[in-house]
Design a protein around this ligand. Sequence first.
Ligand code: GDP
Ligand code: ZN
Length: 426
Amino acid sequence: MSTIFALSSGALPAALAVFRISGPRSKEALLQMSKKKIWKPRYMHYTKIYDIRGEMFDSAMAVYLPGPRTFTGEDTAEVFLHGSTAIVDRMNETLSSLPGLRHASAGEFTKRALVNGKLNVHEMNALGALLQSTTPRQLEQATRALSDGDWLHRRITLIRAKLAVFADFGEDVQSDPKEIRKDIEDLLIEIKEKRRKGIGGERVRKGMRIVMVGKPNAGKSSLFNRLCGIERAIVSSVPGTTRDSLDINRVIGGINVTIVDTAGIRDSLDMNPIEKDGIKRTFKLMNEADLILAVIDSSSEDRDILSLIPPHIPRIEIFNKADLIPNIPPTGQFPVKMYTIATAPTGCDSLEKKLEETILELCPHNSELTLSAGIAEVEKLVEECLSHDDIGLVNEILQMASEAWGKSETNEELLNNILKNFCIGK
Ligand code: GDP
Ligand code: ZN
């Protein structure tokens, strides 16, 4: 294992420049630079710092921290020099020329902390966000994520411990299978909540895609234009006019949203190839949507479109052309049904309001920083536990859930993705 070093403090010039050294040769490096024979661990010492030619170039405070009680888990040294570029250059040069030492790459200290079990991938991700936070809300989210990085392992371990007690001592101990089942049910609720908040968090960060679908002539483009506030889509009474999709960006309820108007969906029998292509794209857009606006012509009985929408994607059913029916029914709850008149001046006001409400519901204020890798798999496994009575089996499935959650810790791709956001010295 090589010993790595890097400047861990910020931009120069500054009052101080902090170098971090981590690895088996940390103490040796400190002794060589200070021309000392011994170094008492965990105490700050004032010392002169010499370069490779034996020339003194600064005086500094320095500390030696033996592993494993350090950030990386390895022997570590920290040197607090004066923060000029000349001194930092000299220090880099000096450390590079010491045997077994090399400059750290971005995030390498953190990677070592991870490898040595000092951090898990969830905590590392949170740490990355913490270091990059620029607003109080981002800082708050990251701090919270950092403090409960390993909550799922803790919860599962606790349940498995109860199961083990029950398996060993049976009914005469306090470990009650009903109570254990309740624990698992509670855990499942919590996982679902975390996942919902995680998805919400992704939406806050990346924005939402809202896709309008419907049969030709239902009034999609008219509604789209109303939502845009400007005339973008061509409105026509000839079915199938909008063949490609059009989109507009808006901020609704503080969330960036993209609203997409798509080609109408209809029986493909009498469609030309261009139309068929448009419909293929519409299905793709639907599957990638965060919210679907299903537009139906209320004057027709044609509701087939509803069965074509992927059921797991949130939707608002919009019954347009409400001016053509005798009585407008009240707005339904689930799924949300809206009645609109795209061609009347205030005929879309309630839709605007409902849209904002729905967006806020999908992006709750307490959204989590990230959607944790592996959580969907964990949810599936924990849910499966509830359909088994056999304690041994439940225990095994919980172990699999724990592993699924931990698997992300060894996922190299995920790791590198997070690490590339760290700067050198972190
Ligand atoms: P699309 O094919 O779904 O995009 O439908 P369009 O927006 O192009 O509208 C098709 C036709 O329906 C046009 O002639 C519109 O003026 C008309 N239309 C749209 N909305 C309404 C509505 O609420 N009431 C009535 N009466 N006609 C509408
Ligand atoms: Zn259209």
